[in-house]
Write a protein that binds this ligand. Structure first.
Ligand code: GDP
Ligand code: MN
Ligand code: MN
Ligand code: MN
Length: 248
């Protein structure tokens, strides 16, 4: 499998036809195209200024508490933006861990301050799987929208899928057998996250200017899959434990 960058993409702004810009530059052999959420957001006009988020009482409360804990000043308008992008606050200290409106759980609702010229902040795409669907329809290949995220239990960030279209999120290994003939009972492999992580290696995090990677030599044909990626509260015991701890 090869993962390679699509080079020479310009700075992306609101209204840009991202699919056309990628199609002009990508060579023909793509099985999957991975696109950093940053440029999807820019194209979809999701850059904002903090002035767009006048802070309510809850945001002030949160910012004051986070400032107290960190010793740094915290802008309550940023907390307001996080609240407005979220359906649930899982942790309100020492950072904001929230569920976004499309089901992805991340710090600060995935709101980014890097690689955002001319605006204070960049919100994640509103419906990343719908963004992926539009790009996939235009490009004629499966598309994954990625973001760089931290994770619990381990240091270091990596790319994850926040939207996808044209391929299932997961490959279901259940019912297949290991080398000893034992039937696999639980393994559902999160293929879109694995591809997003590989793509993220190529995208980088800084000034590299490579927001799109093409995967060649991978396909899901012939595998059973599912689109379950974001756990619901019911089936997420870590989240339940966190809730118990956070709000007890
Ligand atoms: P995120 O992981 O979705 O938050 O995206 P990053 O901010 O980590 O950026 C991923 C890659 O895309 C990096 O190589 C950035 O330099 C690049 N990048 C970000 N915005 C643009 C843009 O508008 N145009 C180009 N050509 N590259 C960009
Ligand atoms: Mn970024
Ligand atoms: Mn990001
Ligand atoms: Mn990144």
């Amino acid at each position: 499998m090869n993962v390679s960058p699509v080079t020479d993409l310009p700075e992306i702004s609101a209204g840009d036809d991202l699919a056309a810009l990628v199609a002009e530059r990508a060579d023909g052999d793509a099985d999957v195209v991975c696109v950093a959420s940053t440029v999807v957001s820019k194209a979809e006009g999701r850059a904002r200024d903090l002035a767009d988020f006048p802070a309510g009482p809850r945001a002030h409360e949160i910012a004051d508490r986070l400032a107290e804990l960190s010793g740094d000043e915290k802008d309550p308008r940023f907390a307001q933006a996080v609240l407005e992008e979220s359906t649930e606050l899982l942790m309100d200290e020492p950072f904001l861990l929230t569920e976004t409106r499309f089901g992805h759980i991340s710090v600060n609702a995935g709101i980014d301050r890097s690689n955002v010229p001319d605006s204070d902040i960049l919100l994640l795409p509103k419906r990343p799987s719908e963004s992926a669907r539009r790009l996939s329809d235009e490009l004629g290949v499966p598309v994954i929208v990625t973001d760089t995220c931290g994770r619990p239990f381990r240091h270091g960030q990596r790319g994850v899928a926040i939207g996808w279209a044209g391929l299932p999120a997961s490959r279901d290994w259940r019912g297949e057998h290991d080398r000893d003939g034992r039937e696999l009972g639980v393994t559902v492999e999160s293929v879109v996250d694995e591809l997003a992580a590989a793509a993220n290696l190529v995208l980088g995090e800084g000034a590299g200017g490579n927001p799109v990677a093409v995967v060649d030599g991978f396909d899901m044909d012939g595998f059973d899959g599912s689109d379950n990626l974001f756990r619901s509260v019911d089936g997420d015991f870590v989240r339940q434990a966190l809730r118990g701890w956070s709000y007890a």
